[in-house]
Design a protein around this ligand. Structure first.
Ligand code: VG1
Ligand code: CO
Length: 588
């Protein structure tokens, strides 16, 4: 068989614009004839125009990509189509995860470890899956990180003017899929001779976990973690929410660290995630939360953790205790240099958080003399800081934390950080029965650094015009500049009121309109943003923070502590009047 290239005419589709993290739409939208082809072909037309992409004239080698996804509905069909587009667009080789599965951090690890040109990740992350739910696609560049705006802007321009796409065909049987013989069941290499030149197009099905697990083994002390797992007073529950991390969780916790199988929950990847949202938070991972609560489960484990559909988010729980992602980031940073081999020897010199993330890590950075950066929401904004050594650990309030070992957030990495801290504090140090658990660690942290009370209200699938009007209303309020009603309730002057702008300290690029914020003199904050990852209507996110150092107040109830700020935020935004919503869809 020889591969030929066939060209099809096509009209541009509206709205193929990437958001916070790739293009996310309903599966039905992606299933329209030519829709996926138009978007991926636009990427392949755009890349040669982008200097340094590895597809440009200056590139030394022909491009090699990695391809895989979170296993959601439409994953395998999309892989088949993308392989044919890649072969017809000068890609020399594509590595595909076994069964089409690759978690997002593993893609980043594979690109970096194997020095590939880039990767395509098929995921809508924490959005639900299934024929009536969401699908998504994202391009990662040669540093392993999500394509920055300098890429995605060119992709988008191409989607506006695309006229044709190119697809590989079997010259003997014309329209048939020339890769029908490729099985994703086991690692194997397939070579296909191209008619155009004398070279081959290669598809290599790879083990989805090997590269990633060996990277994690170099970061953490697996021997010490094994000892933690052997303690009779330690147990954990890991919930993959039927996302892609199930097989990785089994490999790491059971095969490598010796956990019993019943420490795993929902570790079988499903195309519709069992009908749920594969989003590790108090609402969508409620079952895990109650399993970890001694009031509801007499055998509640010492430690609980979950990850999202594509494995880049994490949730950390103690016994009946929830760690806010902002606190999790701060605790990891405060302990990393002691507890995690990768960060020993002074490797940790800087940290970064997204703007809406609570400022807990700022306090650690100040005390430890670390560089500190505040970026817009979305992992892509951390890439330059990580690549130039300005920061090593980054995090977002949306359950994302990671380091410079890759260029994506990494759910299992964060979970292993917490396990490492628990192991460092307990193995060989505390007698059985006196285990220092998650809650004690966090409370000790608050006593040293103060506590950043934080909550996020999500109003999902609002009417897009109403949400836009609410945001414009807030901007007008800021133009007017009279914050006396706000200041009266909060009892503090407003010291910053703006729509957040970020200037990247490495390449000087500027990102505007990244969230409307009101910052008070005591560090309290009210922030409003529109989500860039939803597929229907608009999602409003309201972020509320209050900083407390008073020892008698740091253990107070978070909802109560924040209630004044929440009310006044709802008042000034007139959220209910604009959207008709009386309550958020999700509170974290
Ligand atoms: C959300 C989060 C953001 C995160 C992004 C991708 O974006 O707020 O912090 O980086 O999802 O996460 P938005 O625009 O909806 O607020 V995931 O796990 O999709 O890759
Ligand atoms: Co995700």
């Amino acid at each position: 068989m020889k591969l030929g290239i066939k060209t099809f005419s096509i009209e541009p589709f509206d709205g193929q614009k990437t958001g916070t993290s790739g293009l996310r739409k309903k599966v039905k939208v992606f299933q329209q004839p030519g829709y996926l082809e138009a978007f991926v072909q636009s990427i392949f037309f755009a890349l040669p125009e982008i200097p340094g992409s590895g597809f440009d004239d200056g590139a030394n080698d022909q491009p090699v990509l990695v391809l895989g996804g979170d296993g959601r509905y439409f994953n395998k069909e999309a892989i088949r189509t993308i392989l044919r587009l890649a072969a017809a667009n000068k890609v020399k080789k594509v590595l595909v995860g076994q069964q089409g599965l690759l978690c997002t951090p593993a893609v980043s690890a594979i690109i970096r470890e194997r020095k590939l040109t880039g990767g395509i990740i098929l995921t809508a992350s924490h959005n639900p899956g299934g024929p009536n739910a969401d699908f998504g696609i994202k391009y990662n560049t040669r540093d392993g990180g999500p394509a920055p705006e300098s890429y995605t802007d060119v992709f988008y321009q191409w989607t506006r003017r695309i006229k044709e796409y190119r697809i590989a065909v079997d010259l003997d049987s014309q329209d048939q899929d020339p890769f029908a013989c490729v099985s994703l069941d086991r690692p194997q290499v397939y070579e296909f001779p191209m008619q155009e030149n004398d070279s081959n197009f290669t598809i290599e099905v790879i083990d989805s976990a090997n590269d990633y697990v060996s990277l994690l083994q170099r970061i953490f002390d697996f021997g010490l973690l094994r000892q933690l797992f052997q303690r009779s007073d330690f147990s954990m529950l890991f919930d993959a929410l039927h996302g892609v991390t199930g097989p990785y969780g089994k490999r790491i916790f059971v095969d490598e660290l010796g956990a019993p199988m019943d420490w795993l929950r929902n570790c079988h990847p499903l195309e519709d995630f069992g009908g749920g949202h594969p989003d590790p938070n108090l609402v969508y991972a409620a079952e895990l939360v109650s399993c970890c609560d001694p009031k509801e489960n007499a055998n509640a484990p010492e430690f609980g953790a979950a990850s999202d559909g594509d494995g880049d988010r994490n949730m950390i729980l103690g016994r009946g205790f929830f760690v806010t992602p902002s606190d999790s980031l701060a605790v990891i940073v405060a302990n990393a240099s002691d507890a995690i081999p990768y960060f020993r020897n002074g490797r940790l010199v800087g940290v970064a958080r997204s703007m809406p993330t609570a400022s807990a890590v700022d306090k650690v950075a100040a005390k430890e003399n670390l560089n500190f950066f505040e970026t817009p929401t979305g992992w892509k904004y951390f890439s330059n800081l990580l690549s130039t050594g300005k920061a090593q650990i980054c995090g977002e309030e949306s359950f994302g934390t990671s380091s410079d070992h890759i260029r994506e957030k990494d759910g299992l990495w964060a979970i292993l950080c917490w396990l490492s801290i628990l192991a460092y504090r307990n193995v060989g140090k505390t007698p059985v029965g006196s285990f220092i658990g998650v809650q004690q660690l966090v409370e000790e942290h608050w006593k040293i650094y103060g506590r950043n009370f934080f909550t996020r209200y999500d109003y999902e699938e609002c009417d897009a015009t109403a949400a836009g009007n609410m945001m414009s209303g807030l901007l007008q309020y800021q133009e007017h500049g009279d914050y006396s009603s706000l200041e009266k309730v909060v009892g503090q002057p407003v010291i910053v009121a703006d729509d957040f702008t970020y200037k990247d300290p490495v390449d000087g690029s500027i990102a505007k309109n990244q969230g409307i914020r009101f910052v008070f003199a005591d560090g309290s904050r009210i922030i409003f943003r529109l989500s860039g990852t939803g597929s229907t209507g608009a999602t409003i996110r309201m972020y509320i923070e209050k900083y407390e150092t008073n020892p008698s107040k740091i253990f107070a109830d978070a909802a109560e502590t924040l209630s004044d700020l929440i009310h006044v935020a709802l008042d000034v935004s007139r959220l209910e009047a604009f959207t008709g919503r009386t309550a958020p869809t999700v509170i974290t």
